[in-house]
Design a protein around this ligand. Structure first.
Ligand SMILES: Cc1cc2nc3c(=O)[nH]c(=O)nc-3n(C[C@H](O)[C@H](O)[C@H](O)COP(=O)(O)OP(=O)(O)OC[C@H]3O[C@@H](n4cnc5c(N)ncnc54)[C@H](O)[C@@H]3O)c2cc1C
Length: 396
């Protein structure tokens, strides 16, 4: 089939690669002039890494990033560990793939290069899709070009224009969370560097996440709460002094933040679950249909899984009825898993920010003890996510 994918984020790139590998002819249309402008870290759970393995890029992704040995939840103020989930070889043994942290731009570059090798010229940058007709699978770009295909895939993110064209306008809801983001350079043996592995630092009405994305480069995400958010976009510059003030008293974090030069901030939004992801010959994937709060680090992973799943389900050639049947099956198989991930991420947001000392003790003490004595039991809590799901490649 000829397939038009709108949006070359992680979901669009993964879908393009999965579909090209099945023999479809792809045009992937991106409004930005170049890929990978957003400087941020990404964690890829074993579920995403198994998909990337099936797409032939897991080795390159692992080499570009690093494999943390554990995720450690800590008290933000005292840095005392609350709970440790083993990763490293334990993740490989249990879930059949490693857990990888890397720079988002590195993942985008690897997916983009693999796509270019598989179908040269598939990616078209610097072109914004303005109008979408799902019945005829036709789009019009802002420079007046009309493009037609057998299927349109909307991978255009949380403010998806394809979604609006299919189902009408519906504004994203501000969740009350504002995320700070910074990539922070640290020298070897730098006392400002956070402990190795993925660190989740918890406290009343705020939390932070730290991990290494490249040698000497730490990804920092800090989430605070506020009632209102009016700006749009991923890249709003924030005031470093205000960032440090937001985490005052968290010594390990403020030591690291002393090195942060150009933090960015943006308001986190989500949407009500959708009752359908497709209409006619158009379908949504990734944040366009199930935007994720970042508190489970699975938004990109779900987009990667979506792309692979479409590759498995779509007929190699087909009439409208066959395509619509595949899209209906895609929704039935994928929606419950993505909804569960959304719900878990939302719940983490509440747990991470709990301010009542008794409630945190009651919640965290038993978990911490269980993790220390039976790490396997703690890992088992994540089998449903990291171990797979419908249309996610099974662990070897
Ligand atoms: C603080 C934070 C940390 C996160 N950490 C993680 C993590 O560790 N692990 C993880 O898995 N996920 C993480 N996520 C989530 C993840 O970043 C997103 O869920 C994921 O990037 C969504 O991918 P996407 O491809 O669906 O959308 P996007 O990344 O938003 O991509 C959409 C693309 O479409 C393009 N586009 C939009 N409109 C048009 C148009 N009209 N025409 C042409 N092109 C268009 C855009 O330019 C963009 O390139 C995090 C999110 C946040 C906020």
């Amino acid at each position: 089939m000829r397939i038009l994918i709108i949006g070359a984020g992680i979901a669009g790139l993964a879908a393009a690669l999965a579909l090209v590998r099945k023999g479809h002819e792809i045009q992937l249309i991106e409004r930005a002039d170049t890929l990978g402008e957003v400087g941020a870290g990404l964690q890829l759970g074993p579920n995403a890494m198994r998909v990337l393995g099936a797409l032939g890029v897991a080795e390159a992704v692992t080499a570009a990033g690093h494999c943390p040995q554990a995720i450690t939840l800590r008290d933000g103020r005292t840095a005392r560990p609350i709970l440790t989930v083993p990763l490293g070889d334990s993740a490989l043994r249990r879930w059949g793939a490693r857990y990888v942290a890397l720079h988002r731009a590195d993942l985008v570059a690897i997916l983009g290069a693999a796509l270019e090798a598989a179908q040269p010229g598939a990616l078209v940058t610097g072109r914004t899709v303005d109008q979408i007709d799902a019945d005829t699978a036709t789009v019009v770009t802002s420079d007046g070009q009309t493009m037609n295909a057998d299927l349109i895939i909307g991978a255009d993110g949380i403010h998806s224009r394809v979604r609006t064209a299919l189902f009408g306008a519906d504004t994203a809801r501000f969740t009350g969370h504002v995320a700070w983001r910074a990539l922070i350079a640290v020298a070897k043996d730098d006392p400002a560097a956070p402990p190795a592995g993925v660190g989740a630092w918890l406290g009343p009405r705020r939390h932070a996440v730290t991990y290494r994305v490249r040698p000497g480069l730490i990804n920092f995400v800090g989430v605070t709460e506020q009632t209102d958010w009016r700006e749009e976009g991923w890249n709003l510059p924030g005031d470093p002094a205000r960032l440090r003030a937001d985490f005052a008293g968290w010594d390990a974090i403020t030591r690291l933040l002393a090195r942060a030069e150009q933090p960015l901030r943006w308001g986190l939004h989500d949407r009500k679950p959708m009752r359908a992801w497709h209409r006619g010959r158009a379908v949504l994937i990734g944040d366009a249909c199930h935007p994720m709060l970042p508190f489970l680090a699975q938004g990109a992973a779900m987009g990667i899984e979506d792309g692979f799943a479409l590759g498995e389900l779509l007929p190699i050639a087909g009439d409208s009825a066959a395509i619509e049947a595949a899209l209906a099956r895609f929704f039935v198989l994928r929606q419950p898993r993505t909804a569960r991930v959304q719900a878990n991420a939302r719940a983490n947001g509440v747990d991470f920010h709990e301010g009542n000392p008794l409630a945190t003790l009651a919640m965290r003490l038993p978990l911490g003890r269980a993790a220390a004595t039976r790490p396997d039991a703690v890992m088992a809590r994540w089998d449903w996510l990291y171990g797979g799901g419908p249309l996610v490649p099974a662990r070897p």
